[in-house]
Design a protein around this ligand. Structure first.
Ligand SMILES: Nc1ncnc2c1ncn2[C@@H]1O[C@H](COP(=O)(O)OP(=O)(O)O)[C@@H](O)[C@H]1O
Ligand SMILES: [Mg+2]
Length: 297
């Protein structure tokens, strides 16, 4: 039997913390490394991940039919993208509809974990993007994950919301599930959009101190050593619908401010995404190293 996909959920409870950017770049990196990858857009309010990459074939259905009407034909659920090895399942429903269905069902927020069995043997990696708020769909995506990657903006509101919303309201609220044999996934947190100034340094030190003071959690929270810097290339890449680790130059002389991602900028971002992928998917080091050595940027 084929190997079961590793499920990475990107989650925290703050909008704008770079979840979708992380999800699309991690998914594009694993796909570019030759791993069959499914990007599942679970932000049912502001779908970003599923509309990021140009599609080759657009499936008529998405998350709603996958979870609620139990559609099993993958051709109806999954769209292929122009990026080789990268497929997406789109967020096609308003959040409230899915949440009310799940509230009325006995299996509630553990449903995604079992539904994923339909696609788990078709892929090496499944990346789930989520909405930035305390929400049942986020709880569900965390419970279905093997590992959680959690970006955090290096600002005081970002840190406060992370401690209150993400750790207390999101992760801690799932602790009762451990009584039923469901292990909570390890969480890897990293600072994103970091600027080289004292404010960022103080905020990071405060956060490290607060997390070190948390005791008796039945899941691990690891703060990554490496930060991701604030870089305009991420925005340029989003406008172009390409991974931020691809270099790009617009040659049209009539454009006053052409889009540009230099080889150097692309390489720096490739190293950042490699680091994130190695943290959550160390078993694929060989494939990642091969992609790093290739000049496909
Ligand atoms: N490292 C970065 N530096 C600068 N801007 C970034 C970086 N990463 C992401 N962004 C931008 O930040 C904004 C919010 O990111 P997004 O991924 O949509 O957040 P979320 O999904 O958590 O709401 C987007 O405009 C994105 O292009
Ligand atoms: Mg988002």
């Amino acid at each position: 039997m084929a190997k079961k996909a590793k499920v990475i959920t990107i989650a925290d409870t703050k909008g704008g913390s770079t979840k979708s950017t992380t999800a699309v770049n991690v998914a594009a990196f694993t796909a570019s490394s030759g791993l069959k990858t499914l990007l599942l857009d679970f932000d049912l309010e502001q779908p970003t991940a599923c509309s990021y990459f140009p599609l080759l074939n657009e499936a008529p259905f998405g998350v709603y039919e996958f979870l609620i009407t139990h559609e099993t034909d993958l051709n109806n659920l999954i769209s292929t993208t122009t990026t080789p090895n990268l497929d997406v399942m789109s967020s096609n429903s308003v959040r409230q509809e899915i949440v009310s269905h799940l509230n009325a069902s006995a299996d509630g927020i553990i449903r995604l974990k079992s539904c994923l069995n339909l696609v788990a043997y078709e892929y090496d990696v499944i990346v789930i993007d989520t909405v930035g708020t305390v929400d049942k769909t986020v709880n569900m995506a965390v419970l279905a994950a093997d590992v959680v990657l959690s970006p955090l903006e290096a600002s005081m509101p970002g840190v406060r919301e992370y401690l209150r919303g993400t750790i207390s309201n999101l992760f801690r609220s799932l602790i009762p599930f451990t009584e039923y044999g469901i292990a909570l996934p390890p969480v890897y947190t990293f600072f994103n959009k970091v600027e080289e100034n004292n404010d960022c340094k103080r905020i990071k030190a405060l956060f490290n101190q607060q997390v070190a003071g948390l005791t008796s959690l039945p899941f691990s929270i690891t703060i990554l050593d490496k930060d991701i810097k604030k870089q305009n290339s991420y925005k340029v890449a989003a406008s172009l619908g390409i991974p931020a680790f691809k270099s790009y130059a617009e040659n049209d002389k009539s454009i006053i401010h052409p889009y540009k991602i230099t080889k150097q900028q692309a390489q720096t971002i490739k190293e950042d995404i490699y680091y994130l992928c190695m943290t959550v998917l160390p078993e694929f080091q060989t494939q990642f190293d091969r992609f790093m050595l290739s000049d496909a940027v």
